[in-house]
Design a protein around this ligand. Structure first.
Ligand SMILES: Cc1cc2nc3c(=O)[nH]c(=O)nc-3n(C[C@H](O)[C@H](O)[C@H](O)COP(=O)(O)OP(=O)(O)OC[C@H]3O[C@@H](n4cnc5c(N)ncnc54)[C@H](O)[C@@H]3O)c2cc1C
Length: 402
């Protein structure tokens, strides 16, 4: 048993690390430890995402996503500049490809204005090509704020700063239980037992499990949605200058397959969104019977499946058929052919689903005796990490009376 910590943060993804960083920035004397089950940080969502610095254009004004994305955007850019992490503010276009998408496109534009974005430009059909010469569409929006970064580098820098400040980021340390004795929380793990006054869980794909382990009540379950990517073959990368997005389905929490020039090089196409048969299931063949059974038994999931069955079948079809995936991409760039696409990686999104069948749209935090929980932190949580960290650290310091 090591000496008692003020706070133990569980999860070495970008949200847990940012939370720990904000805790010690606001209170440098605080004793903080981060526990991560993998052998390094940023292995899951943080290390397998699209690498987009989101502007905040999509989110409902006043929501936690809107406020944390815009604050997080500014904090992230400042952080990257300060620590020489490569990023680019290259802008993106959102493209309507049919008349039915024109009103939703206009709604996004207005949302952007309500969220305080400046410099948005409505694009006519012919103006789209000035930004992306190979794109096809009937109208669009140029969003100048959008950028690209490698979030693995950002998270690694958070970890490096924490360690430099004396905070241990203990890897290979899977938390298996949390018990309470008076005001002391004891965290049991595969790599030691640790006492703390406060536990903060930021466990991504296991956020519901860790919250429950700490005695918190969650009225939601994490449903894992795998996002699969292709990458453009190097000789076809010229087809995409920066980022090209479709108009998203307003009823679905994902943005639709898009083209992203990556900060680390190359152009990715995707991700789709298919149900993963295990929480950390990066391959189609990854199945965990217990986790799958739990997903299928969750009443909210059955309602989601009923509500989105058509979208879900389309996504599964695109997952199994490269021709169908290519067809979806051809809506944005008609020249793209199957042979231009090489297999890319995959990421799994942790999406909370409530009991009644709602995919929880906003970020969600909860509190229990001796613990605070990040329950839902899907995209744009990487962009927003320092703002989420600030919010959660603020809750933590209040709980400690600091
Ligand atoms: C395909 C995809 C594309 C995305 N694109 C973008 C994007 O372009 N821009 C953007 O802003 N966001 C994007 N996101 C969202 C973003 O990546 C996530 O919101 C963010 O990374 C969440 O960070 P996290 O720390 O909560 O989760 P994670 O990075 O998943 O970290 C959680 C950590 O908790 C650890 N953990 C779990 N259980 C335990 C345990 N029992 N003991 C110890 N440790 C444990 C895990 O090992 C993991 O390291 C995308 C996500 C995906 C999947």
């Amino acid at each position: 048993m090591t000496k008692q910590q003020d706070v133990i943060v569980i999860g070495g993804g970008i949200v847990g690390l940012a939370t720990a960083l904000q805790l010690i920035e606001k209170n440098p004397g605080l004793k903080v430890k981060v526990l991560e089950k993998e052998n390094k940080v940023a292995v899951h969502q943080t290390g397998n995402n699209s690498g987009v610095i989101h502007s905040g254009i999509y989110y409902k004004p006043g929501s936690l996503k809107a406020t944390n994305c815009i604050r997080g955007y500014n904090l992230l850019i400042e952080f990257c500049q300060k620590h020489s992490i490569p990023f680019e503010r290259c802008g993106k276009i959102i493209v309507a490809t049919s008349a039915e998408e024109l009103q939703p496109l206009e709604n996004i534009y207005r949302r952007g204005l309500s969220n305080g974005l400046t410099g948005l430009i409505r694009l006519k059909k012919e103006e789209l090509k000035e930004h992306e010469p190979h794109v096809a569409g009937i109208a669009g929006i140029f969003v100048p704020q959008t950028g690209i970064v490698d979030y693995r580098l950002v998270a690694e820098k958070y970890a490096e700063l924490l360690q430099a400040a004396g905070v241990e980021v203990r890897t290979n340390c899977k938390v298996t239980g949390i018990t309470k004795r008076g005001n002391v929380q004891t965290v049991l793990s595969t790599n030691g037992e640790f006492d703390a006054k406060l536990v903060i869980t930021c466990a991504g794909l296991y956020s519901d499990k860790l919250a429950e382990m700490a005695g918190g009540k969650t009225n939601s379950r994490i449903i894992p949605f795998r996002g699969e990517y292709y990458k453009l073959t190097p000789e076809k990368e010229y087809l995409v200058k920066n980022l090209i997005y479709p108009v998203p389905d307003p009823n679905f929490p994902f943005l639709g397959v898009h083209f992203t020039r990556m900060a680390k090089g190359g152009v990715e196409a995707g991700p789709n969104a298919v149900l993963a048969f295990r929480r950390e299931g990066y391959k189609k063949s990854d199945i965990h019977m217990g986790e799958l059974a739990e997903t299928l038994a969750w009443p909210g999931f059955r309602k989601v499946a009923f509500k989105y069955w058509k979208t879900g079948i389309g996504e599964m079809y695109r997952s199994l058929s490269k021709a169908a995936f290519t067809k979806a991409l051809q809506k944005l760039i008609p020249e793209i052919q199957q042979t231009d696409l090489a297999p890319g990686g995959a990421g799994v999104r942790a999406q909370a689903c409530d009991r009644t069948g709602g995919l929880v749209d906003d970020f969600m935090f909860s509190e229990a005796e001796g613990s605070i929980h990040v329950i839902n932190a899907p995209s744009p949580a990487a962009t927003s990490s320092l703002a989420i960290g600030e919010t959660v650290a603020g809750m933590g310091l209040k709980r400690l009376g600091l």
